[in-house]
Each structure stands twice: as C-alpha cells, then as structure tokens.
Design a protein around this ligand. Structure first.
Ligand code: ATP
Ligand code: SF4
Length: 322
C-alpha cells in the first residue's frame, strides 16, 4: 500500500460573522491515495467549497482555519509561508474553482493566461519554450492550438472550461481540486469535459477531489465518496459499495433523489432544509430530516467511525468495527 498523497486531519474552518462562528468545516479527517479520485458531495451550504479553498489556503476573511492539518505528499500545507504556498499552487496542487470559466480574464488572450502561471514558477523559460508548452497543453485538453490567440468571449463554455483545465495541469501538480467543474455546462458537453479530466487523471497519475451535488456524475467518475453535511463528514467509502449499500440515511437519500428510470426521471430532492451552521441541531446534525431518527439521535452526537473495512460513517444505526 502506498502512502496517501493527501491527509486532512481534524480540519476546522470557521467564518467569523457578527452573529458568531459559522462552522463550515467542523473537524474533517480524510485521506486520498495517489492517482485516485475522491468525490466530495453534499447539498449546498455543507462546506465543500470552504474546504477546497482552505486546502489551497485561498480562503478569505471572515474565514479562518481554526485547527487541523493538511498534509500533501508529506508536507503540512499549514506550515508553509505565504511565498512557499504560492509556489506550491499549480506545482503541487491546483484548483478548478466553481464557475472557473468565468474566472478567465476577459481582456487577456488564452496563451497569456496560461503563461502567467507557468512563468511564476519558472521565469527562465524562453518565449518559444512557453509557446510550445501552451500548444502542448491546449492539445492535451483537446483544443486546437489556435485557441491560444483567442479571448474568452470567442470561446464556448466547454472550451473555456478546457482552458481552465489546461491552466490547472500546466505545472503537473499531484492533486487537482475540481469544484463543480462542469455544473454550468449542458449534459453532453459536461460528459465530454469530464471524460477529458478522466483521461488526464490517468495519463498524469493525478489525484483528484471532485466536488459536486450530482451523485450520478460521481457514480461515473470517482473511486471513493465523502458525503458532507453541515460541515461534517457523514460517510466515506468506495463508490460502488456506497451505492450498493449506503450506511448513512443521508447518503441513502442523496442516492434516492437521483432521477433514475424507476422513478420516471423525477428528481425528488430531500425533504427539509439544511441547518444554519451558526446553530446546528444537538445530537446528530441530520436528525430533524432523518427518516430513521431514534431518541438517542436528538441528544448524542454519533461518532464518526469505521463500520466495515474501508467504510466510515457517523450514525447511531451502526455500532463499532465488525
Ligand atoms: P455550494 O454547493 O452551494 O457551493 P458548499 O457545500 O460548497 O455549497 P460553502 O460554500 O463552503 O458550502 O458554505 C458553507 C457554509 O459557510 C454555508 O453555511 C455558507 O452560508 C457559509 N459561508 C460561506 N461563505 C461565507 C462568508 N463569506 N461569510 C459567512 N458565511 C459563509
Ligand atoms: Fe439518522 Fe440517527 Fe443516524 Fe443521525 S444518527 S443519521 S438521526 S439514524
């Protein structure tokens, strides 16, 4: 067994607002093996993007990392200086942020946007060398090299998203965090972009954290799933066995809410609303919405623990390791 490429230990990220601390990431521990894909899922507001930004150390006030460790290939990102972290971005880990295609600079040609990041890391490269790199990167994301001279407004959504992919892989990072990379695209284009990401993952032996709500997309693309709710992990395990036998009622509801043929393509959603993270329910945070709630759930916080080999959950329905 290889060592994990990423180990997150008891990460806590709070937004300090006038009304108190919004505990958006509340004691998350996770690990990711080299060359594997982990899906981070949960409804809107569960803390997924906050965790991604914290991993990149790109979170902004009022967000603050309160505690924990984020160890990437043996290096605790928490211990790096601002300059060291800037160097680590793109080279060791990179992010395709939510709405990435709108993050491209509207007045800069694509080539200059790609070169900007590369030059920050390697100022010795000559112009012809940089142009060669841009051509190769565009080809690797299945874009015509002529796109280099174009501006974002001349490109379709899918093409812009591919440019963001090219930037993300430009320094051969070990880890890519993709925050809903295809949510703004139509289903066909979404699939094509995901297939490109999948191919690059294999070719470059990337580790990927894919963030999203779409359990259908996750089922197709990730090896393992981490289900998040109200800043905490509810369940973690390999995708296939989680779909076949979800341990946590929230995972079960997320899967059931998928528009599948058996329920005639109807998206059912999960009844109830996510709690305010300023004032989470006592006991199990999910208890007000849980169809299997028991008395104990209203008072006692369920421990997050290993329920079966490779399967972790925080739910009173499950006892200790078998
Ligand atoms: P989505 O899927 O909609 O992107 P998410 O799971 O990524 O949601 P986050 O965006 O990380 O969730 O938000 C987690 C919590 O942090 C939410 O309750 C949100 O209201 C809160 N939050 C996010 N940004 C801020 C902010 N700048 N100030 C205060 N609270 C914030
Ligand atoms: Fe439901 Fe109780 Fe499990 Fe929470 S601990 S998910 S309320 S059964």
């Amino acid at each position: 067994m290889s060592n994990p490429i990423l180990e997150i230990k008891d990460l806590q990220v709070y937004y300090h607002v006038e009304a108190g601390a919004v505990k958006a990431v509340d004691g998350i521990s996770l690990s990711l093996d080299p060359g594997t894909k982990l899906g981070l899922v949960g409804e809107s507001g569960s803390g997924k993007s906050t965790m991604a930004l914290a991993l990149m150390r790109m979170h902004k006030a009022p967000a603050k990392i309160e505690g924990g460790h984020m160890v990437l290939d043996g290096v605790d990102l928490m211990t790096l200086s601002g300059d060291e972290m800037r160097q680590a971005r793109l080279r060791d880990l990179s992010m395709i942020p939510q709405g990435a295609m709108n993050s491209l600079h509207p007045l800069m040609r694509i080539q200059d946007q790609i070169i900007d990041g590369i030059r920050d890391h390697d100022p010795t490269l000559t112009k012809p060398e940089l142009n060669e790199r841009v051509t190769a990167l565009l080809q690797s994301v299945e874009l015509n090299p002529q796109v280099a001279r174009m501006y974002p407004h001349e490109l379709s959504g899918g093409m812009k998203q591919r440019c963001c992919l090219a930037i993300a892989i430009s320094m051969h990072p070990k880890l890519i965090i993709a925050d809903e990379p295809t949510s703004a695209l139509d289903v066909v284009i979404q699939r094509q972009v995901m297939e490109t990401l999948d191919r690059l993952q294999e070719e470059l032996n990337l580790s990927i954290i894919l963030i999203g709500h779409d359990m259908g997309l996750m089922a197709q693309f990730v090896d393992r799933l981490a289900v998040m709710y109200a800043g905490k992990l509810m369940e973690v395990g390999d995708t296939r066995s989680m779909f076949a036998d979800p341990l946590h009622p929230y995972t079960d509801l997320l899967i059931q809410s998928l528009p599948i043929l058996e329920n005639k393509g109807v998206f059912t959603g999960i009844p109830g609303i996510t709690p305010s993270l300023l004032d989470v329910p006592p006991g199990c945070v999910f208890h007000p919405r849980c169809p299997q709630m028991m008395d104990v759930c209203k008072e006692v916080v369920p421990a997050y623990r290993q329920v079966k080999p490779g399967r972790w959950a925080a739910c009173h329905l499950h006892g200790v390791v078998q």
